[in-house]
Ligand binder design. Structure first.
Ligand code: AHR
Length: 500
């Protein structure tokens, strides 16, 4: 099987915004406690943050980090998490049926973001709370000094404002599982009023209104329309959340999950533009794809993992990812990049232990899941502008999506450094595919790196007992001559090739 790809240097989707490589830390399971935070761990710093995890987060290349939830935020009182640690209350978290010690809160997490070189993206609680709590948190976090709450932050040891630019107006407010979930009408009004008030404090904030928690929600589409009819002029982004998994052994459909993400993005863009055009607005709403990943949710729902006990940091949602999962994740990232003109920001959900690319053991090591690799390589190599390639390839038949192209790809090119990169997947379960790529318009003279994620066992994983079973390999046989790249993609693989 063969494929032909043509890269046109002028087919620019958008300049690369690093926010597309965001991630997500929720107070859930062992993401915060025993994940990023473990006082007493041999690598912990004075704040109790594990520096071995910090190093892996840097290597992963996460840009923006959404915090503190997720479903957790809809019952969260931010005041519990600031001030002297010994005075912080233990609370019940109803979203994940566990206990919250509040030993990590806004100030600590802002410091952790500095350590990792990432940008903090904050969510406010619009489930059990509302405008006042959102404004208080904004004042606490961002006001320089001289007000009750900014002076409280200073007294708590953070003299500089945290300067948080991106704020999520609640989380998944369309979901019946959400504490305080609402109708689109009620949420749209509350979101608009909260946004208006927050922008009265700081007009430069970038606000994300909740879209649907999934494209299979019965209200999908109508929710976006109604919410934006109320809030369009006050917000900047609408959120999208999507999780994928292999179902009933149907690997072919799973490998084509990007087609579903593409449908999702197009539907939300069309709906947002419908509302904007009707309002004759000059503004375009951007998409914040602030939860996306592989998640074996159906298996978790079928198990009795969430029980009646109240425990601190229980082991929850600790999916162990396969090579196939990593290939799909790499393809989802390709899809986000291909839609980067509208998907301006995205967060892989989540970062550590909970459906995460990084795993840890208390007192022990930290390691990379299979899904770590496509994310870290894309984040490192993608620079400059995102280019939409023309792909000429055959299809295979899938149960869920019908005909799906065998190969998908996206490219980036950076005028300043003169480097470029190509990211590709082969969805075939049986065939290697020889791909010829016309790079003439890129001025690429040499291959600087060519790696692939592939294994003869598509279900191979990195486990606690075998932490480096799966890793990147050299993509052998990649060659560049006269502006044409020739490369052979192994079956079920994700690959990257970089040029100078
Ligand atoms: O990421 C796990 C959960 O998925 C989040 O808390 C929630 O927003 C979504 O349903």
């Amino acid at each position: 099987t063969t494929a032909r790809i043509a890269i046109d240097r002028t087919a620019v989707v958008a300049p690369l915004n690093r926010r597309i490589f965001g991630s997500f830390v929720e107070h859930l399971g062992r993401c915060v406690y025993d994940g990023i935070y473990e006082p007493g761990h041999p690598t912990a710093n004075e704040d109790g943050f594990r520096l071995d995890v910090v190093d892996l987060v840097k290597e992963l290349g996460s840009s923006t980090i959404r915090y503190p939830g997720g479903n957790f935020v809809s019952g969260y009182r931010w005041e519990d998490g600031v001030g002297p640690k010994e005075n912080r209350p233990v609370r019940r978290d109803l979203a994940w049926h566990s206990l919250e010690s509040n030993q990590v809160g806004t100030d600590e997490f802002a410091r952790w973001c500095k350590l990792t070189g990432s940008e903090l993206m904050m969510a406010v609680n619009l489930g059990t709370r509302g405008i006042e709590a959102a404004l208080d948190l904004l004042e606490y976090a961002n006001h320089p000094s001289g007000t009750a709450l900014s002076d409280q932050r200073i007294a708590n040891g953070s003299p500089e404002p945290h300067d948080i630019k991106m704020w999520c107006l609640g989380n998944e407010m369309d979901g019946p599982w959400q504490t305080g979930y609402m109708t689109a009408d009620d949420y749209g009004k509350l979101a608009a009023r909260t946004a208006q008030a927050m922008k009265a404090a700081d007009k430069d904030l970038e606000l994300v209104v909740c879209g649907s928690s999934g494209s299979s929600m019965p209200t999908f589409g109508d929710w976006e329309r109604t919410v934006l009819e109320h809030s369009y002029e006050h917000v900047d982004y609408i959120s999208c959340h999507a999780y994928y998994q292999e179902r009933k052994g149907d690997l072919g459909s799973f490998l084509a999950s990007s087609l579903e993400m593409q449908y999702f993005i197009e539907t939300v863009v069309a709906t947002a533009d419908h509302v904007g055009n009707k309002l004759r607005s000059k503004k375009k709403i951007k998409l914040s794809f602030d939860e996306w990943n592989i998640w074996y949710l159906e298996e978790h729902q079928a198990s009795d993992e969430v029980n009646d006990e109240w425990n601190f940091a229980p082991r929850q949602l600790e999916d162990v990812y396969s090579v196939a999962d990593a290939v799909v994740l790499g393809n989802l990232l390709i899809t986000l990049l291909k839609n980067h003109d509208r998907v301006a920001s995205a967060s892989l959900a989540q970062l550590v232990n909970v459906i995460a690319p990084i795993m840890t053991e208390p007192g022990g090591g930290a390691w990379r899941q299979t899904t770590f690799f496509p994310f870290s390589v894309t984040s490192r190599l993608a620079k400059g502008e995102v280019l939409r390639p023309r792909i000429d390839v055959g299809t295979y038949n899938t149960e869920v999506y019908g005909a799906a192209p065998l190969v998908d790809a996206v490219a980036t090119a950076d005028a300043e450094s003169g480097t470029s990169a190509l990211f590709l997947v082969n969805r075939s379960q049986t065939e290697s595919i020889e791909v010829t790529v016309d790079l003439a318009s890129l001025d690429a003279s040499s291959i600087t790196e060519a790696v692939t994620l592939h294994d003869d066992d598509v279900y191979a994983k990195n486990t606690i007992d075998d932490r480096e079973r799966v890793g990147l390999r050299e993509l052998s046989g990649a060659s560049l001559a006269d502006g044409v790249l020739t490369v052979t993609l192994p079956p079920v693989s994700w690959s990257a090739v970089a040029f100078a």
